[in-house]
Design a protein around this ligand. Structure first.
Ligand SMILES: Cc1cc2nc3c(=O)[nH]c(=O)nc-3n(C[C@H](O)[C@H](O)[C@H](O)COP(=O)(O)O)c2cc1C
Length: 225
């Protein structure tokens, strides 16, 4: 290299370094390895959730079903569930009107129907006629449940909470219905249902039994003594 070329070479080296660093910073954005070996994903990522199908009647008495994943059991006494719905859903309008809904738990045979109930609105279409599934009038509340799904809960709205984009309906469970094949000899419900991974937008079944609840932790409890 000639003497006159040395400054150009140095400037070039500096540029390569600066561009390289910027690139690396971009690659690490949102994927920064923390000290405790966890990756920060921000606040928007949601973990696995159960998938329920919510049954309701509209003003005219047409039965409707919608898929919901922002759901769960939220109280033991009285037994209650919470479901969080966007105001724009037809189901939201129906539940406001009737103060009742059902929770229908799908089996793995009904993945297609469960997904369909979340793709279109009952405002524009009769989802039950399209799928050929059968709505049955609830015994205890003013809402329909699905004959073909293995478990249904009839719920009466006891509270609503506005939470940003969603309204959380708290429903007291007035009645639980299950297929004979879904209960053991003690009338306990057997595991069933679907899970939804919002991050990858996939459905999953229930996995294997891993331990006994309120028992598996006793080994650690006993070590304390
Ligand atoms: C897997 C899945 C989960 C969903 N979870 C919810 C939810 O928790 N809350 C909600 O408001 N919408 C949820 N949706 C979207 C509604 O199901 C969708 O807007 C539906 O068309 C509403 O139906 P409706 O207008 O007949 O009530 C979900 C959709 C899918 C496919």
């Amino acid at each position: 290299m000639e003497k006159s070329q040395v400054p150009i070479f140095i400037v070039g080296l500096l540029l390569v370094n600066i561009i390289g660093c910027a690139d690396e910073t971009n690659q690490m954005k949102g994927k920064e390895i923390m000290k405790d070996n966890k990756i920060s994903l921000g606040a928007e990522v949601k973990p696995m959730a159960p998938v329920w199908v919510i049954g309701s009647y509209d003003k005219a008495g047409k039965a409707n079903m919608m898929t919901a994943a922002w759901v769960g059991i939220c109280c033991s006494k009285p037994p209650c569930v919470s479901i969080a719905l966007r105001k724009a859903t037809y189901t939201h309008t129906n539940i406001m009107e009737r103060k009742a809904f059902t929770v229908n738990i799908p089996s793995k045979n009904y993945v297609e129907e469960t997904d369909y109930f979340g793709l279109v609105s009952g405002r524009n279409i009769d989802k039950l006629s399209v799928t050929g599934l059968t709505p049955i009038k609830g015994e205890k509340v003013d809402a329909p449940y699905l004959k073909e799904f293995p478990v249904a809960m009839e719920c009466k709205v006891i509270n609503t909470v506005a939470v940003g984009s969603h309204t959380m309906f708290i429903g007291e469970i007035m009645e639980v219905k299950a297929d004979n094949s879904m209960v053991d000899k003690n009338n306990s419900l057997l595991p069933c249902g679907l899970l939804f991974n919002p991050a990858t937008r996939d459905y999953y079944g229930i996995g294997e039994q891993l331990g006994e609840a309120f028992t598996a932790g006793k080994e650690i409890l006993n070590k304390q003594k």
